[in-house]
Design a protein around this ligand. Structure first.
Ligand code: SAH
Length: 383
């Protein structure tokens, strides 16, 4: 049995998520803003939840249709074969409804009307008048875009950026899925030098080290659909977990470093790396960006510097970004990648980025600046 699965991901980074899904061996059905739809058997849910570094969750797509009145929403929801997905004792509710450029937009109305429609459908099918809902959970998500609603059942639970390793966070952490997507957007590979001079809770270096060691991001956590026994089986989850375990390697050559001016942050980063099982692959140390240097060539800098969350910090930004510019100049063979929402970043770094992308970090408009260094001589890094 083949299904369609939806992987919501960061806006603007769909191509990275799409590539990850292709690498897992599934066929892409559609790529839209903020989500990738793909086709695969039931085991795809287990593997996608476990292996995708850039998706926020994995939904089983149950249908999509146009609806501009609540009557239409009710009838078309009721027409879907809910009994194929939700067992008699299943707990089901519309956990989230979003609406963009659509006539129907009231989340609470959409939620209650869809629930009524599903109950109606299932009453007829199961010949009961009341549902105990004591079994596994089947939370639904409905997103309206230009009057077309796409409906999915969530298989993930807590969103996938919660890998289970980040117990301690900085003031402004980057999400794990975004950090992973940004790394995957670059040519960095596990045997190349990786330095984050503003590591905070360690998200960038930890995500990089997990990639270097081929550690699946979901190995440390569980997923909602592990409780399903109608569409997925325990065996599928065990097989996916075995596959993940068999892929883990002890990388031979890594040079991954995380620095921060704040000693408490460095401790937190170390602790998080330990939770992720990669503390032996990362060198963390308290150090200001001003002291950044490295004896080797062709390294990669990943940076998420302060952007002036608080007014008094804003005054220090020109000087800080000037320092960043000086460090870049001192590492001419390196490539540097920086995500920040500071509008004057390039001005004070003193160099125009070779590439720049607008990216939303949560609700905050940010930029991903890419300052590209020369390619290393071929011989050493030949594939
Ligand atoms: N990406 C990180 C968050 C970075 S926030 C995460 O996911 O947790 C910016 C970090 O820069 C803060 O932790 C702050 O302590 C650090 N910082 C501020 N000024 C610095 C400087 N001059 N040198 C090095 N680190 C600095």
């Amino acid at each position: 049995m083949e299904y369609e699965w939806i992987a919501p991901c960061h806006f603007g980074l769909e191509a990275v998520c799409k590539k990850e899904i292709l690498d897992l061996g599934y066929e892409i059905v559609q790529v839209e803003d903020g989500r990738v739809t793909f086709r695969g058997g039931p085991e795809a849910a287990c593997r996608a939840n476990l292996f995708l570094r850039t998706a926020e969750r994995v939904l089983l797509k149950v249908g999509a249709f146009r609806a501009i009145t609540f009557d239409e929403l009710f009838e078309k929801t009721k027409a879907l074969p809910w009994e194929e997905w939700i067992p008699r004792d299943g707990k089901f509710w519309v956990a989230k409804a979003t609406s963009i450029k659509s006539t129907l937009f009231s989340a609470s109305d959409i939620q209650s009307i869809m629930k009524k429609a599903i109950v109606d459908r299932m009453k007829t099918h199961y010949h009961v008048t009341w549902f105990s809902e004591t079994g596994a959970s089947y939370p639904l998500r409905a997103f309206f875009l230009k009057d077309v609603v796409t409906i999915g059942i969530d298989t993930t639970g807590d969103s996938l950026h919660k890998r289970g390793y980040r117990k301690l966070v900085s003031k402004a952490p980057i999400t794990e899925t975004l950090a992973a997507a940004l790394i995957l957007l670059t040519p960095w590979k596990g045997d190349r030098i990786f330095v984050d001079p503003f590591c905070g809770s360690g998200t960038f270096p930890i995500e990089a080290a997990m990639m270097a060691a081929h550690i699946a991001p979901g190995m440390n956590r569980s997923f909602l659909a592990e409780g399903w026994d109608n569409l997925l089986s325990k065996k599928m989850w065990y097989e996916a977990a075995d596959e993940a375990a068999s892929l883990v390697i002890e990388p031979e050559e890594t040079d991954i470093q995380g620095y921060d001016i704040d000693g408490d942050m460095v401790k937190a980063a170390r602790e998080n790396a330990r939770e992720a099982g990669v503390d032996h692959l990362i060198h963390f140390q308290q150090r200001p960006v001003q002291a950044l240097s490295h004896p080797k060539k062709y390294g990669f800098l990943f940076m998420n510097p302060p952007y002036g969350e608080r007014l008094e910090e804003k005054a220090a930004l020109p000087e800080l970004y000037r320092e960043i510019g000086e460090r870049l100049a001192a590492l001419p063979s390196w490539s540097a990648y920086m995500i920040t929402s500071y509008e004057d970043a390039e001005k004070y770094v003193g160099r125009k980025a070779d590439k720049n992308r607008k990216i939303y970090n949560g609700m905050m408009k940010s930029y991903f600046y890419q300052f590209l260094g020369p390619k290393p001589p071929r011989r050493k890094y030949e594939e």
